[in-house]
Design a protein around this ligand. Sequence first.
Ligand code: ATP
Length: 523
Amino acid sequence: MTATEKTGGGASASYALELKGVNKSFGLIRANRNINLAVRPGTIHGIIGENGAGKSTLMNIVYGMHTRDDGEILIDGERVDMRSSADAISHGVGMVHQHFMLVPTFTVLENVMLGTEGGALLREGREAARARIVELSERYNLAISPDALVSDLNVGQRQRVEIIKALKGGAKILILDEPTGVLTPQEAEQLFEVLKVLRDRGVAVLLITHKLAEIMEITDAVDIMRQGEIVGHRKTAQTSPAELAELMVGREVLLEVERTEVSPPGDVRFSASHLGYTSSQGVVELDDISFEVRSGEILGVAGVSGNGQTQLMEVLAGMRHLTAGAINILGTEVTPASETNPRIIRDVGVRHIPEDRHTHGLILHFEARENMILGLQDSDLTGTGLLMDQDAIEANCRAKMKDYDVRPSEPRHFAKNFSGGNQQKIVIAREFSAHPVVLLVGQPTRGVDVGAIEFIHKQLLALRDAGCAILLVSVELDEIMSLSDRIMVLCGGKNVGIVSRDEADRQTLGLMMAGQKRTGEAA
Ligand SMILES: Nc1ncnc2c1ncn2[C@@H]1O[C@H](COP(=O)(O)OP(=O)(O)OP(=O)(O)O)[C@@H](O)[C@H]1O
């Protein structure tokens, strides 16, 4: 294959990036197999695939963070050898990772200069670096000031600082790994506007995402990965979400699960009455929140992220102490005077899928089988003798990995070495199968592929049908709307109102998320 080919209009168009026969294994796991990929300049190119398909590994190879076992990488038709991210940057490749790498107490300028000690930016001095930031910000409509303190920026703005960092060396290829997972829908739209400007200025943008709607909205072409291989390539205009989902997972996928109407929900399993939480810095983060959740119902919590959802989940889970009002969980009353902790809350039958799986859901340097019993060490999962039964712990993990399709099915693999979606499946498997009476669920499908989303949604509805009382926090409005029986909207730490499933449409919820109360609403 030549690096240059004729376009339909007769003009010559080379590929910004080509991969030929790239392979990568981690021990026995073949993460990338014989990958051939070609990306044109001035296009947005999607990479999709089920969890563990090898997307991040492949992009990390292009960015020099992993070394390929064999195969070729060509940039603008030239063979290059990527041995480090410094190599990649020097060849015009930039990458924005899922987890930002910014120092919050530094300004944008200081963050952008960080890591270039001894490099061109420092020699040019602060003023040259400042001018570069202003130039990039203007050229790509990033609207970022070099003197802003990073801690004052919202998540979308912080991501744009990462984009500036990636572009500062003159990147012609920009890789973004699940960039919208942490963004609000509004911030995601702003990011897409930036990506379109980058495309129009000739940058080749590679976008890893699980959200098929994003692929349809923003990309020009898409490659589909499954089990380490590229199993399809499509021009976006010539495909559909259903076809992409099927190519990814190898079977037809229900993009919205069917939900049965259950008889009226049962007894109240947990409730909050005038609940308030003020942080140690004196910031009121939850204010006068009242609601109840019954057996057999899902109460969805909608809101632009950062409006108290995290604090609410953590107060209910016993991770933070409420400072006003009361909670009643399965008859256990929690007030500001109570000595609560997560152990007490778990012991009454509450299970919790935390929003941040890395910080609160897993111990990354523990093995999968150890993570699969976290919080359940005293249960019969660890055997009945005086000492923990290692065979029982391994068998428990193996069984849950099978039920929840965790890949690879290796109980002794460290949690940190699973792909993001498979890490999430470990947390879900542990908590869902621990017979929850009450379930607190935060962002259950963040970073999870469409097949697994279908599975998780079905499981959530099955638990609800079996009588579990579920509180579901998600930034995905579609997820909230398709699963919840009632929806509570939070804005500025306040309960703006609770609407039934039938009353909930995007417009009503959108207005409520902006703080508009519904008339005559009794929360
Ligand atoms: N450092 C590592 N050591 C061992 N195995 C690894 C390592 N990094 C990735 N893997 C394995 O390689 C495979 C591909 O992982 P990768 O993170 O590339 O998948 P992905 O497609 O990005 O998944 P997700 O959508 O869940 O993020 C997985 O089986 C994963 O467990």
